[in-house]
Design a binder for this molecule. Structure first.
Ligand code: NAG
Ligand code: NAG
Ligand code: NAG
Ligand code: NAG
Length: 184
C-alpha cells in the first residue's frame, strides 16, 4: 500500500513536471530568426470602456527595429471581426486611432459600420492569428507626422491601446493597453 501510494505520488510529480508552461510570449519566440518582442497588450472585452460582458480576448506583441514595428495579434472568441487599430488613450479613455493594424494594408477607416467582416461567420473559440508591420509613415490622427520614438514613449507610459472591432461592437469589442510587460 505504501509503495502504491509512493508510485502514485511519483506519477503525479512527473505529470506536473511534464505539463507545458508556454506563455503567449513563448509562442512568439520559438523561431531563432523571429523578432524579439518588446511590447505587449492583453486585450479583453472587460477592458472596453464601458466593459463588455463577452469572452473575446486577444494578445498583441510588437518589436521595433530600424523604425519599423513588426507585430503579431492572436484573437480568440470573436465573431465577425472587422478591424484592429492602435488608439491613443489611457485605460479609462476611448481615444482616436493612431495606426491601423487590420485589415492589413488598408487605409484606416472610421467606425461607420460599413467595413465588411474579415470573418463573416461565427468563429467562437477559434484562434485567429495575424501579423504585419508599420512605420511612422502609417501614423494617422494625432500621431500623423510624429516619429516612431513618440510611439515607443507612449508604449512605455501605457498611453496607447490595441482595440479590436466587430460587427456587433463597431466602436470596440475588446481592448488592452500596450506596455513593456508580457504578463500585464
Ligand atoms: C464566457 O466563458 C464562460 C466560461 O467558459 C462561460 O460560462 C460564459 O457563458 C461565457 N460568456 C459568454 C458571453 O460567452
Ligand atoms: C533601415 O530602414 C531603411 C529605410 O527603410 C532601409 O533603407 C535600410 O536598409 C534598413 N536597414 C536595415 C539594417 O534593415
Ligand atoms: C456575423 O455575421 C453573420 C453573417 O453575416 C451573421 O449572420 C451574424 O448574425 C453575425 N454575428 C454577429 C455577432 O455579428
Ligand atoms: C504572418 O501571416 C502570414 C499570412 O498573412 C503567414 O503566412 C505567416 O506565417 C505569418 N507569420 C508569422 C510569423 O506568424
Amino acid at each position: 500500500m505504501v509503495s502504491l501510494r509512493s508510485s502514485l505520488l511519483a506519477v503525479l510529480v512527473v505529470v506536473a513536471l511534464a505539463k507545458p508552461a508556454l506563455s503567449h510570449s513563448d509562442d512568439f519566440a520559438t523561431d531563432d530568426d523571429a523578432p524579439l518582442f518588446e511590447f505587449f497588450a492583453k486585450v479583453t472585452a472587460a477592458k472596453s470602456v464601458p466593459p463588455i460582458n463577452r469572452n473575446t480576448t486577444a494578445f498583441f506583441a510588437a518589436s521595433v527595429a530600424n523604425g519599423t514595428v513588426t507585430w503579431e495579434l492572436e484573437v480568440f472568441h470573436v465573431q465577425n471581426l472587422t478591424m484592429a487599430h492602435i488608439h491613443l488613450g489611457n485605460s479609462v479613455t476611448n481615444g482616436p486611432i493612431i495606426v491601423g493594424l487590420l485589415p492589413l494594408g488598408e487605409p484606416v477607416n472610421a467606425f461607420d459600420g460599413s467595413i465588411p467582416p474579415m470573418f463573416k461567420h461565427p468563429r467562437t473559440g477559434l484562434r485567429l492569428a495575424f501579423n504585419g508591420t508599420f512605420t511612422a509613415d502609417d501614423f494617422v490622427g494625432p500621431f500623423a507626422g510624429l516619429e516612431m520614438d513618440d510611439l515607443i514613449s507612449s508604449f512605455y507610459t501605457e498611453e496607447v491601446y490595441v482595440n479590436i472591432h466587430t460587427v456587433r461592437h463597431p466602436a470596440g469589442a475588446a481592448r488592452g493597453q500596450v506596455n513593456a510587460n508580457p504578463d500585464v
